[in-house]
Ligand binder design. Sequence first.
Ligand code: BV8
Ligand code: ZN
Length: 250
Amino acid sequence: METLEIPEPIRERCRSARRAVVFSGAGVSRESGLDTFRGAGGLWERMRPEELATPEAFRADPGKVWRWYAWRWKTAAGAQPNPAHYALVRWETLFPAFHLITQNVDGLHARAGSRGVLELHGTLLTARCHRCGRQRDMGEAIAASPEKPPACDCGGLFRPAVVWFGENLDPEVLSQAQEEAARCDLFLSVGTSSTVYPAAGLIELAQRAGACVIEVNPEPTPFSRRMDLCLGAPAGVAVPFSPRRSRAAG
Ligand code: BV8
Ligand code: ZN
């Protein structure tokens, strides 16, 4: 079902929900002017992930990987949060417990005002030494060395503090995300192709927990057929109009 109409039984489940989880992906930032990864016009249409978003790629050509992330950092720094980001800030106040879990590395949820965002795939805003783990501001690192990754005092190279393919997610962030997905009663998946694991596994955890699971995406995903509701619209349109807990429901 691809509609913005929300059937009454789903509205009721949203109104009575006590633990809500939102799981977001690149589509949420599309209306801020940032490219998605997959799908029409996505970043991966022009380049292969294994050429850029892997530790092997960084070892083989650190300059190429650094310049790509410098470009993405500049694009993200110049972008503004959109109505979907702002609507999700309000979601914090609508439920007794609320968690925002994102695959995005652009920092736009926090810039909109969301608190305690669980960033599953790290952040583009921080650089980290690949050898000793020292961290510094990504913007400063790019300004100091725009063409190649700057060297750390330990002799290692700085890289973006994101999670590349083949790398483990931060175990604490992942386990908190899994815990919240497994005990929520409302789960909104928004702007994600739901193809990258273990992140996409959160949807299954919420389904197994019996949560009401809603997807917001103009295109179908591998999970669409198993959703309680699919809203086939851009995030900036659908999220602000998504069902909320009404005052009357207390
Ligand atoms: C790991 C960060 C252990 C950096 C990214 C199980 C099964 C199969 C494969 C695996 C598996 N477990 C692990 C794997 C391997 C791999 C994986 O998932 N591969 C897939 C692709 C087959 N996973 C890993 O490697 C993970 N690590 O498992 O560690 C391990 C250790 C050693 C060896 C093996 C395993 C690490 C994955 C982290 C990858 N990091 N990026 C960076 O950003 O550069 S991935 C990248 O995809 C993105 O950054 C993002 O974080 C992630 C998810 O993408 P989406 O956010 O969903 O974006 P996408 O473009 O795909 O979709 C956008 C959607 O928006 C579309 O559906 C579109 O229709 C929609 N849209 C468009 N406009 C709008 C919209 N929606 C709403 N509104 C709009 N306006
Ligand atoms: Zn170092």
